[in-house]
Design a protein around this ligand. Structure first.
Ligand SMILES: [Cu+2]
Length: 200
């Protein structure tokens, strides 16, 4: 009788020990899961924000010479991190149009098109384009519509950089000087063209 009780007690203790060990193991696994999750969330870097601003010729007191500013500075050389999601926040108060061919009025290489004043858009009517921000080598085209006089256009778009390299960015809308609109700022770094330097 006493032997049997000892045996049952021994079994109970064995079950308890195994149970506690199992719970501890699960606890460790759960902790690993949690911290693993945090670690991988950290590994995915937040988007790199690129603020682009159109300054019209009237704003810069140089008629026919609109320009892009990048993060409030000269856009002749825009440095971006490699293999990173870039969040473009582009503002334009430009009420003038510079019509493009249909292909250039379509967004390209952007995750889900672009969001213009809160509305997701894949293309702008070609005759309502004011500027583009185009990086042909990266397959990226951000389209800037003509702004109303009431408020500037705000465009939000995402694209991804690849390997390090130097690429040309260019506005494809003939918004410059001369009879064709392809003069002046269209060929001047820091105005309607420049370099994108993708750095590791
Ligand atoms: Cu332009």
């Amino acid at each position: 009788m006493i032997g049997a009780i000892h045996e049952i007690r021994g079994k109970l203790i064995a079950v308890l020990v195994v149970g506690v060990a199992a719970m501890a193991a699960m606890g460790i696994m759960t902790m690993n899961g949690v911290f693993g999750g945090v670690a991988s969330a950290r590994a995915v870097a937040a988007p790199f924000v690129l603020h682009l601003q159109i300054r019209t010729g009237a704003m810069t007191h140089r008629s026919g010479w609109p320009r892009y500013l990048a993060n409030g500075r000269d856009s002749a050389r825009i440095v971006l991190p490699a293999h990173r999601v870039i969040k473009v926040i582009l503002t334009s108060p430009d009420t003038g149009s510079a019509p493009v061919v249909a292909a250039e009025a379509r967004t390209m290489g952007l995750s889900g098109g672009e969001v213009i004043n809160g509305v997701r858009t894949m293309a702008v009517p070609a005759n309502r384009v004011a500027h583009t921000f185009t990086v042909a080598a990266l397959g990226v085209n951000v389209v800037v519509p003509v702004a109303s006089a009431r408020r500037p256009e705000t465009i939000v778009a995402y694209f991804r950089t690849g390997a390090p390299g130097v690429y040309t960015w260019q506005c494809m809308a003939p918004c410059g000087t001369g009879s064709t609109g392809w003069g002046g700022p269209m060929t001047t770094p820091g105005y309607m063209m420049g370099q994108i330097v993708v750095k590791a």
